[in-house]
Design a protein around this ligand. Structure first.
Ligand code: HEM
Ligand SMILES: *[C@@H]1O[C@H](CO)[C@@H](O)[C@H](O)[C@H]1NC(C)=O
Ligand SMILES: *[C@@H]1O[C@H](CO)[C@@H](O)[C@H](O)[C@H]1NC(C)=O
Ligand SMILES: *[C@@H]1O[C@H](CO)[C@@H](O)[C@H](O)[C@H]1NC(C)=O
Ligand SMILES: *[C@@H]1O[C@H](CO)[C@@H](O)[C@H](O)[C@H]1NC(C)=O
Ligand SMILES: *[C@@H]1O[C@H](CO)[C@@H](O)[C@H](O)[C@H]1NC(C)=O
Ligand SMILES: *[C@@H]1O[C@H](CO)[C@@H](O)[C@H](O)[C@H]1NC(C)=O
Ligand SMILES: *[C@@H]1O[C@H](CO)[C@@H](O)[C@H](O)[C@H]1NC(C)=O
Ligand SMILES: *[C@@H]1O[C@H](CO)[C@@H](O)[C@H](O)[C@H]1NC(C)=O
Length: 370
């Protein structure tokens, strides 16, 4: 009986320990300072080469970081290939236009030569996004690293977490709020649409038959609408249009001035005019001559986004190939090691003791019952 009690009490601890350890998340600037000091330089030099030949990939790689972080956290779930029994995120309908996977593979190959097994795929995505901004005349953001790679990816998680091009402001605010991102973070991060392109079908509902009677979206400037119709014939599935009507290759304020002039491309962009906070920010940036405030705000919000669900402190793995999980280690016959001592804040400690008392009471009844 004694050993049964002991066992039950010990087992009750397991979920508590898991819970406490999962609240730690540490993404810090220069995490590879000692383990792979050249990591960020390797990424930057590859990005310079890649964008010199394919400038369009700057937008693609910035988007990749966002779609990674918003589904399961910034842990490279977006890079995993589907398998015979699992449809992965990259094959979800909403992600069908996500591009740049081969860039990540190319950088990963370089890093595996420089520092084998050290730099995560999740960090490569984040650094490639950071360098895409910098190389588009945007700020050079001192993002943190130290993310590790996750162990799964499911297409069915995507529509629950990523808004579509037709999302309204209510949905946008609530999807951002689930990651503690505010209305300001939403309008600032949407500023990423200052670079990159969208397919015609992502917005053509606004051009043709908007009210079911052949008219177009009244929130679209008439001249701009004419230009867009020339670029996108009905049912066009291939053409691309810059998200920022002013200049889709420069990381600047053109996205906000466009929005203030009824030249927002996606319904989700125009939706930013429907909330007091996001609307005020659009108008604040629209006519500014200095990008300083937007750049500072973008850096702050991007670094918050880059911490969503990050796996650190030995959780997760460093994938060898970004599109597949590492092979599972052979089963180990030895029992798992004793849990390491943990340090916890006073709040965590009090939560811990409440849960511990609950566990003790439960184990008591459990043992009485059997
Ligand atoms: C607020 C909610 C958002 C929605 C609804 C949204 C939706 C979209 C859509 C529909 C496209 C075009 C896809 C295509 O037609 O090929 C796109 C492109 C893009 N998005 Fe967003 N997005 C959002 C937020 C973000 C955020 C937070 C970032 C980055 C911080 C971002 C970065 C980009 C970039 C750079 C592109 C251009 C991609 C390329 O050139 O290939 N987006 N987004
Ligand atoms: C890495 O080095 C940079 C530059 O010296 C420093 O700012 C940063 O704090 C360092 N990071 C770590 C984790 O040591
Ligand atoms: C993952 O899928 C891509 C595209 O289908 C393919 O090029 C790549 O080789 C796959 N990765 C692995 C490790 O098989
Ligand atoms: C996958 O990762 C999660 C979070 O780190 C972990 O709880 C889970 O046990 C892992 N699953 C497998 C099969 O490794
Ligand atoms: C916003 O979109 C959501 C989800 O599509 C929908 O349920 C809601 O009614 C919409 N809200 C408004 C104000 O249109
Ligand atoms: C959001 O903030 C609340 C309150 O500070 C915290 O309890 C929660 O864990 C945070 N959620 C995420 C996803 O960071
Ligand atoms: C189409 O419907 C909208 C809203 O119902 C209306 O404002 C517009 O005048 C109509 N356009 C045409 C061409 O009938
Ligand atoms: C867009 O901005 C880039 C970078 O500042 C500049 O080189 C390019 O000429 C601009 N394009 C247009 C059409 O103004
Ligand atoms: C920006 O400046 C133009 C020209 O002076 C003006 O018409 C417009 O109202 C201003 N927009 C904002 C949002 O301040």
């Amino acid at each position: 009986m004694d050993s049964k009690i002991l066992m039950t009490v010990l087992l009750s601890f397991v979920p508590v320990l898991l819970l406490l350890s999962s609240t730690e998340a540490h993404v810090e600037y220069g995490a590879y300072n000692t383990t792979c000091p050249q990591a960020e330089k390797v990424v930057y030099e590859e990005m310079v080469n890649i964008l010199a030949t394919s400038p369009d990939l700057a937008g693609a790689l910035l988007r990749l970081h966002y779609v990674d972080c918003f589904v399961r956290g910034c842990e490279a779930s977006i890079l995993l290939n589907s398998t015979s029994n699992n449809k992965a995120e990259k094959d979800a309908e909403l992600n069908k236009d996500v591009r740049g996977y081969e860039v990540i593979d190319r950088i990963k190959a370089k890093l595996e030569v420089a520092c084998p097994g050290i730099v995560s795929c999740a960090d490569i995505i984040a650094l490639a996004a950071r360098d895409s901004i910098r190389l588009s005349n945007g700020p050079n953001i001192p993002i943190g690293t130290g993310r590790r790679d996750g162990n799964g990816s499911s297409a069915s998680d995507v529509p629950l977490n990523l808004p579509s091009a037709s999302a309204n402001i209510t949905l946008l605010l609530s999807l951002f709020a689930q990651y503690n991102l505010t209305a300001k973070d939403l309008v600032v991060l949407s500023g990423a649409h200052t670079i990159g392109k969208a397919h015609c079908y992502s917005f053509s509902d606004r051009l043709y038959n908007y009210n079911g009677n052949g008219s177009s979206d009244p929130r679209l400037d008439a001249n701009y609408q004419t230009v867009l119709k020339q670029q996108c014939i009905p049912n066009d599935v291939t053409s691309l249009v810059g998200l920022d009507a002013n200049n889709a290759t420069a990381f600047d304020l053109g996205y906000y001035s466009g929005l203030s002039q009824k030249k927002g491309l996606l319904t989700s962009d125009v939706a930013l005019l429907d909330d007091a906070t996001t609307n005020a920010y659009v108008l604040l940036q629209a006519n500014k001559t200095s990008t300083d405030q937007f750049f500072a705000d973008f850096a702050t919000s991007l670094m918050l986004m880059g911490k969503i669900g990050a796996l650190t402190h030995g959780k997760g793995e460093i994938r060898k190939q970004c599109s597949v999980l590492n092979p599972a280690p052979p089963p180990t016959p030895t029992p798992s090691p004793a849990p390491k001592p943990i340090s916890a804040s006073p709040e965590m400690r009090s939560a811990f003791s409440s849960v511990l008392s609950a566990c003790l009471v439960l184990s008591y009844f459990f043992i009485q019952f059997y």
